[in-house]
Design a protein around this ligand. Structure first.
Ligand SMILES: Cc1cc2nc3c(=O)[nH]c(=O)nc-3n(C[C@H](O)[C@H](O)[C@H](O)COP(=O)(O)O)c2cc1C
Length: 186
């Protein structure tokens, strides 16, 4: 699959089979992620991989509780209250693999660089027939010092981009795009 095809085929996949993704595949995707450009070539990314479905299911419950407690009625996230309250909703979409892309301390554009790494990973996964979905819902919970400590992520690292990975259990329809807004073309 060429890169244009991967760009147009990638979807945020929210339904996965139980088939685990093997270590070599995850390693290949992480390597692809590290070929992203980075500000001042700092390559600030570090990766935490979790492939324990029971752990992910339990984190999902904790994340939902954490978010519901903090949801302000006027927040743009308030529209997710009902979804987050549902016992059926799994924050990680029951994917078997979570990769947390973290920024190293003392780097300058960790959020941008790690997001570029994430896009590389997601496009590479798509080209290999795998599905991915960014999980912004997990970011605040994962960023708590005590949670990072319990996971073994050093406190000075910043979780920037959690993304789940797995074999899609069906087709995901494309989300329509707005026409690009061209501000200037001089
Ligand atoms: C930073 C970021 C955070 C996101 N967080 C979530 C999330 O927590 N859960 C989820 O299901 N999708 C999440 N998404 C996926 C978006 O909803 C999705 O990219 C958007 O609807 C467009 O659909 P597409 O990715 O299939 O093109 C996130 C995307 C980004 C870029």
């Amino acid at each position: 699959m060429d890169v244009m095809e991967a760009i147009y085929r990638r979807r945020s996949v929210r339904a996965y089979t139980d088939q685990p993704v093997d270590k070599a595949t995850v390693e290949a995707l992480i390597k692809a992620a590290t070929h992203a450009p980075s500000s001042m070539n700092e390559q600030p990314w570090a990766f935490a991989v979790i492939q324990e479905p029971r752990k992910l299911a339990s984190w999902s419950e904790r994340i939902k509780t954490h978010m519901l407690k903090r949801l302000k009625p006027d927040s743009p996230m308030a529209k997710y209250r009902k979804m987050l309250s549902s016992p059926d909703y799994d924050v990680f979409h029951r994917a078997g693999t979570l990769i947390i892309i973290c920024a190293r301390p003392d780097t300058h554009n960790g959020a941008e660089d790690c997001s570029l790494a994430a896009q590389n990973l997601m496009l590479a996964a798509c080209s290999m027939g795998l599905g991915t979905c960014p999980i912004g819902f997990a970011r605040l919970w994962l960023s708590q010092a005590r949670i990072k400590r319990s996971l073994g992520i050093p406190d000075v690292y910043v979780p920037v981009f959690p993304v789940v990975l797995g074999y899609p259990s069906g087709e995901t329809p494309p989300v329509p795009r707005r026409a690009p807004e061209i501000l200037l073309w001089q």
